[in-house]
Design a protein around this ligand. Structure first.
Ligand code: DX5
Ligand code: ZN
Length: 222
């Protein structure tokens, strides 16, 4: 099974005063998805932005939006993110008592349902959702902040999931750098969220290009 290998930059740590420019840079740098980290200060200890900003970002890019909802009561917000132009809506299994219902609701709204789990949440908890979602996001850091270090045991979760479902899109999010992305790819991830490594680099476009080269041509040297 040859799954598409995709870089999904997270704009969380980007300079929002230059967001338009940053969006252009990653688009030209070969990104294929834009990852939006939505945080509510309740499920995670940080606050980011909501559907209005997502809608503005949508206007500033031709790339699809991947909305990662790190919020309590996600059922109250999926419609707003669908209206904002989300392509994927990804919810955390830990945030709802009705995962099945909410994933179907996301599909009804015309978006692609995806599910995420925190590092300490076992993949067993999403076993029954694997036929509904088109992407699973394995958190490789505890959600809330960019710039953290990847937690190694999360790669074992990815390996395990890849063995179970060769055709599933598996996204990894948190702590991905040029020097560990191939390890994540070898574990079985095929969609890579990269935040600070791109947006805190002096040249986001060139850095994004390097990430793309690494995953499309795994033997390349940086
Ligand atoms: C963490 C977010 C991540 C994060 C990625 O809660 O979900 O998307 O911002 O940033 P880096 O690549 O800096 O870990
Ligand atoms: Zn994220």
């Amino acid at each position: 099974m040859n799954l598409t290998q995709i870089i999904a930059p997270s704009v969380l740590n980007a300079n929002f005063l230059e967001l338009g420019k940053n969006l252009q840079a990653i688009e030209q740098g070969g990104a294929e998805l834009i990852h939006l980290d939505i945080m509510d200060g309740h499920f995670v200890p940080n606050i980011s932005f909501g559907p209005t900003i997502a809608q503005n970002i949508k206007k500033g890019t031709s790339l699809p939006l991947d909305c990662h909802l790190m919020i309590s009561n996600p059922e109250n917000y999926v419609e707003a993110f669908a209206k904002a132009g989300a392509h994927y809506i990804c919810i955390h299994a830990e945030t709802t008592n009705h995962l099945d219902r909410l994933l179907h609701r996301i599909a009804e709204l015309g978006c692609i349902p995806a599910v995420s789990i925190n590092p300490a949440t076992p993949i067993e908890s999403i076993r029954h959702s694997l036929d509904i979602v088109q992407m699973v996001l394995i958190m490789s850091v505890n959600p809330g902040f960019g710039g953290q270090k990847l937690i190694p045991y999360t790669l074992d979760k990815i390996k395990n999931l890849r063995d179970q479902k060769p055709e599933l899109n598996i996204q990894i999010d948190g702590g991905i750098k040029l020097d560990n992305i191939q390890e994540a790819q070898n574990a079985g991830a095929n969609i890579f969220v990269v935040g600070s490594a791109i947006f805190e680099s002096p040249d986001p476009q060139a850095t994004c290009q390097k990430f793309v080269e690494k995953i499309k041509n795994p033997s390349s040297i940086d």
